[in-house]
Unconditional design. Structure first.
Ligand code: RB5
Length: 145
């Protein structure tokens, strides 16, 4: 993905990784909407998952990236927004399949579980992999609502 707007947010546990990935996105020429948090002071992950989910659902961003300690809480929050398909990815394969099979529009990462290189690979592959569509995947993704 070489153009488009990406919304990104994290809680305190994901803040440092968010800053690194934000720089990578900007270096690729993508427009980034940073929805916080702005430090490692404790905050509540649902607020940040919801913010990115809403930005993607309303079309302000083409895709989203959300980060908390495990990626679990923030992905649950984002997935409560209609139209959001947030995928918690742990490696290049899960990031690729999240796009190819689920047409995921939000990448969720666990900063306490991943090293920076793995997080970088997840991000790059998530952005670069197209949803191929096709009758079977289209039907299943439609059923997600
Ligand atoms: C914060 O301590 C932690 O609970 C949060 O980052 C996340 O892992 C929740 O799912």
């Amino acid at each position: 993905m070489s153009e488009g707007t990406i919304a990104i947010a994290a809680d305190h546990a994901g803040y440092a990784l968010k800053e690194v990935l934000k720089e990578e996105l900007e270096a690729c020429g993508l427009d980034v909407i940073d929805l916080g948090t702005d430090s490692d002071a404790s905050v509540d992950y649902p607020d940040f998952g919801r913010a990115v989910g809403e930005a993607v659902a309303c079309g302000d961003a083409a895709r989203g990236v959300i980060i908390c300690g495990t990626g679990i809480g923030i992905s649950i929050a984002a997935n409560r927004i209609a139209g959001v398909r947030a995928a918690l990815c742990h490696d290049a394969t899960s990031a690729r399949l999240a796009r190819e099979h689920n047409d995921a529009n939000v990448l969720a990462l666990g900063a306490r579980l991943l090293g920076p290189e793995v997080a970088h690979d997840c991000l790059r592959i998530f952005l670069d992999t197209a949803f191929p569509g096709g009758e079977r995947h289209d039907r299943r993704v439609r059923k997600l609502g």
